[in-house]
Write a protein that binds this ligand. Structure first.
Ligand code: 5RP
Length: 259
């Protein structure tokens, strides 16, 4: 059984002007402030996307705060992809690799959709494999999102259409055919990159992404298991029983928390 509560705006939060950016930042700042124990957490996972930008920004602020500098300067941040690595460096945080830091204390990441059971669809930024690696290696996984990401059931409508699936390139046609014929996907699209959609986008692991539309997803865990069992599938964007807490930011700076 899940619990909801709303927390007020952080005191010193000036408006950024854009309602959606205000919402994303409110969620991220609140999530860091409430969950990060600067004296205890040493290894922190940093996700990908536009909301987690504000998580890294908040950590950068902690680093400049005399109270925390000594502790925060000893943090190691684990990236989930190229953008995430840039965020860590841009905010003056230490970068580490997961091979050397396999036990992550806490990870923060965004989501494309969140249902009432805290099941997620992720992978809008094509970073789902490393995001899942980091979030499942973390003792605590905290999700930050604007409130438009909240949905009673997973529908796969917030990004492209459906569930992102990372596949090994030579297997994409086979996996696509199986998603259509065996799992009754309504549509499966090989994600194309660039403005001209000149070719398939290639992930940080040199794979492709299929976006598979299943409409409303009745049982996300069962669907994940069936997709994952297909030869050629590296990972799915269905994050099952993984998130500990979700922070949904609103444009007025308040935040709805789902536990
Ligand atoms: C990238 C992701 C992102 O976390 C997800 O797309 C949410 O991004 P944003 O915070 O920009 O809405 O899963 O693969």
């Amino acid at each position: 059984r899940r619990m909801f509560y709303t927390v007020p705006k952080i005191d010193d939060l000036h408006s950024l002007g854009s309602p959606i950016e205000n919402a994303k930042r409110a969620a991220a700042y609140r999530a860091v402030d409430e969950n990060l124990d600067v004296f205890e957490h040493k290894v922190i996972g940093i996700g990908s996307g536009s909301t987690v930008v504000y998580v890294a920004e908040r950590l950068g602020q902690y680093l400049k705060d005399a109270k925390f500098t000594d502790y925060v300067s000893k943090f190691t941040c684990i990236a989930t992809g190229f953008q995430s690595k840039q965020l860590i460096m841009d905010n003056g945080l230490n970068f580490g690799v997961i091979e050397q830091n396999p036990n992550i204390d806490i990870a923060f990441d965004g989501a494309d959709e969140v249902d009432h059971q805290l099941q997620l669809i992720k992978g809008g930024g094509a970073c789902l494999f490393q995001e899942k690696l980091v979030s499942t290696s973390a003792e605590k996984f905290i999700v930050v999102a604007d409130s438009s990401k909240r949905s009673p059931r997973l529908l796969g409508v917030n990004w492209r259409q459906g569930v992102p699936i990372e596949v090994v390139p030579p297997a994409y046609v086979k996996v696509k055919n199986e998603l259509l014929s065996k799992l009754n996907a309504a549509n499966v699209v090989l994600r194309q990159g660039g403005r001209a959609k000149a070719g398939p986008i290639v992930t940080d692991n040199n794979n492709f992404i299929l976006d598979a539309d299943f409409g409303e997803i009745e049982n996300p865990k069962e669907l994940h298991d069936k997709i994952k069992a297909m030869v050629g599938v590296v990972e799915t964007g269905l994050f099952i029983d993984n998130a500990a807490k979700v922070y949904f930011g609103n444009s007025d700076g308040t935040v709805d928390v789902m536990v």
